[in-house]
Design a protein around this ligand. Structure first.
Ligand code: FPP
Length: 231
């Protein structure tokens, strides 16, 4: 969700106002995703590298996440959305950790859509934590090194149990992944838009979905093979 700061500058506002506008966009895109039948929406709200931002901005973002979870959780639950968190939760302020756990517990049985919030998340962090847990199982004698395959790695990553993402949307004009879901996006369609995140509305989402529908997903096969099976 890139571009909150630039959106604020363009509107003569402080960066914090840009982040608040970003929350409004996240709210409207979440609703739109439920309406179009999305199974999983993952929002990258704060990366492992975002700790390097000025301390005032980091603190105000953490406060904003606490406030948003508190304010939105009733509606998330009423809409049947399951809330899930990915990231280094031990790095977060205690109040935020508590809100996250409460939201996860409360919405655990919902099945309309899964909303994953990534905070203090990095794709490399995810691979490292998975490697550590797999190594611990090997040391405990629960797993042989030769048994480590893609399935084992996948089951130790944060998005375990969820399908690999079909579409990744990056707003704000950058054309890079910036350490988002590195393993999981091996076959994900990538959509880059210059729209700043606060301007990313349901119409912009529709453009991204139209792009997605125009792609032929071959997963290593040839077009002829796919046509033979009527895909
Ligand atoms: C990216 O814009 C935004 C962030 C790092 C902040 C987190 C995102 C939000 C507040 C929106 C939604 C939040 C939730 C909890 C659903 P930037 O600051 O990198 O903007 P810039 O690239 O223009 O400087």
């Amino acid at each position: 969700m890139d571009g909150n700061g630039r959106w604020a500058a363009r509107h003569g506002k402080a960066r914090h106002a840009g982040h608040r506008a970003g929350v409004r966009a996240a709210r409207s895109i979440t609703k739109a995703c439920v309406e179009v039948g999305t199974d999983v929406l993952t929002l990258f709200a704060f990366s492992s590298e975002n700790w390097r931002r000025p301390i005032d901005e980091v603190n105000s973002l953490m406060r904003l996440f606490v406030e948003v979870l508190q304010r939105e959780i009733d509606e998330i639950h009423e809409r049947g959305i399951q809330f899930r968190f990915i990231g280094a939760r031990e790095q977060l302020p205690e109040i935020l950790r508590k809100r996250i756990s409460a939201a996860e517990v409360r919405t655990a049985n919902n099945d309309q859509m899964t909303l994953v919030l990534a905070v203090a998340y990095g794709g490399r962090w995810d691979l490292v934590q998975a490697a550590r847990r797999v190594a611990a199982k090997v040391r405990a004698g629960e797993l042989e090194p030769g048994e480590i395959d893609e399935g084992v790695i996948g089951r130790h990553l944060s998005l375990t149990g969820l399908p690999a993402p079909d579409l990744l949307i990056r707003t704000g004009g950058e054309r890079r992944i910036s350490n988002f879901l590195l393993w999981d996006i091996a076959y994900t369609e990538l959509y880059f838009t210059d729209a700043l995140w606060p301007d990313f509305n349901p119409g912009e989402l529709e453009n991204a979905l139209a792009f997605f529908r125009s792609r032929q997903r071959r997963f290593g096969r040839t077009s002829d093979q796919l046509e033979a099976v009527g895909d």
